[in-house]
Write a protein that binds this ligand. Sequence first.
Ligand SMILES: [Zn+2]
Length: 147
Amino acid sequence: MATAYTPAMPDKKWSAVLVRAEYIDGLKAIYERKKHPLLDAGINTFTGFVNDLIWHVIEADELLSQKAPFLSEMGMTEDGVTIRDAKLDRIVEVKVRNGELVCNLDNSNDCIHVGFAYAIPEVYRIMNMVGRKSSRAKGGSVVGSLT
Ligand SMILES: [Zn+2]
């Protein structure tokens, strides 16, 4: 007895998802660059590479909800992330300062809020943007640090 079968989706353990072509191109470039270290990790196809990336995102999210279920991301700001700490019943700002994340509540770069912030992939884009802004500022004559 035959069941419906799509050659591209060999069994029900796999699903198709639509991804922007530009993202696929970017991922393929990364895959080609990192092919040899990935082979060492047992990843030998582009599909395997993409599934490994997704697995890391899921794992990071699960780890966060286990380690710090009382923390939640409220939103990104121009220079950091706003986090709600339900344990303290406080809103915490974690901001990029001199290329690293600093918590305004603990005035620390290694408290649990900073650890939580580093686990948010979007934070790295903001760190990169803020880093570029401050290196431009260094070239200027008037702009100084307000911190
Ligand atoms: Zn903190």
